[in-house]
Ligand binder design. Sequence first.
Ligand code: 5AD
Ligand code: SF4
Length: 456
Amino acid sequence: MTTPSKRVFIKTYGCQMNVYDSEQMNTLLRNQGYSDTQTAEDADLIILNTCHIREKAAEKVYSELGRMRPLKENRKGVKIAVMGCVAQAEGAEIMRRAPVVDFVLGPQSYHHLPRMLNAENTSQDMRLATDFEVDDKFERLAARRGAQSPAAFVTIQEGCDKFCAFCVVPYTRGAEHSRSADQITAEVRALVRHGVREVTLLGQNVNAWADPQEGDIDGLGGLIAHLAQIDGLARIRYTTSHPRDMDDGLIAAHANERKLMPYLHLPLQSGADPVLKAMNRGHTLDHYKALIARIRAARPDIALSSDFIVGFPGETDADFEATMQAVRDIGYASAYSFKYSPRPGTPGAARDDQIPEPLKAERLAALQELLGAQQTSFNASMIGQTLPVLLERPGRHTGQVCGRSPFLQSVFADAPNARFGTMQMIKIENANRNSLSGTFCATTDEADPDMRKKSA
Ligand code: 5AD
Ligand code: SF4
């Protein structure tokens, strides 16, 4: 008789790095006999993979833990673990504030969970793992997972040395650290063997990637060219980049690598030079605009995306207007925007010229209206074009499928017999702010959806 397997429920907050880590954790636990479940109620192990980037994100963890307390009281043996950036930043505090938590694991310590689960001794030391030991983690977790979707994330770099004045990442994820080209290539090959057609290379500062083995592969542009040689891999993306690390090799990759998709997330944060300086971003608006001009010269149809923060301490009305004008001048296909949230331990939080919440909210609403209008019009410009779409998952109703355009837009189409993981040409007929829809035309083997040869 086989013993029924234990079930794990993982709830993921925050960025794609956390999504990747949750997938890795799932694989690790599957190897320990756990199966995954989509509901906390029937789980033996509940894991919250947390985000510390803004105050709201961090507070969610404590309210979620409050909601989970009865689950633990109702069923014997249920264990709760907190992983991710809140775990890293507030490990001991979580243990104190939420006794319901059994284990706390920082982003570099996930591979310790099986040992912690198996240990009889659950002293505080055994239950809290928040050391930085990046090499070990990658070695222990890499390339063991099976692919669940034709589009997968691959972490190639973690951490950050830039210390933007608003950001907790250098404290929660530690110093910049790149995985080796060999390790990344092995992981991508394994994913492709499992049916993956698209990879998104992830890093907090992904374009700061440098091969620690100092081989022939020069920077992220070189790595992309290297991975593009893998047969069966159709598309490559990367995120998140810093303007200071957008080097010539990477810009050239946008011109030369047909598998590199025409989409770039390049956060500007603010369009005002005094704010950029106060944020310690290390560049001006002119520098950013010049960069965009070079990237557009390399890849004219590239879709641009950005992050913006409004209400950083000291931001004047004129500074905010400079951000609005920068958005009008540059033109974005999509963007994320946030109210500044003071994070403990960061220089921005210590300033005494904080902006009142209502003013932040007013500025955010104005910026989001502008960005929303740009996104809607970018999507509308696709109507009438035939785009290659990698089918990833079922759509909203029976027979409908959903995939991504080269520009990362969600595209819906009725194609009841189409297989996920195939590339389909879809004629776009409708567009709204968040997605496109159209009719299925043909399957394409053409890995490169070269947007410069647009179909009528
Ligand atoms: N407050 C608001 N937004 C922030 N971000 C990072 N830290 C903060 C903060 N303290 C935003 C930045 C970053 C994105 C991931 O989150 O725009 O690019
Ligand atoms: Fe945070 Fe700045 Fe590093 Fe990005 S570059 S992770 S915003 S400190």
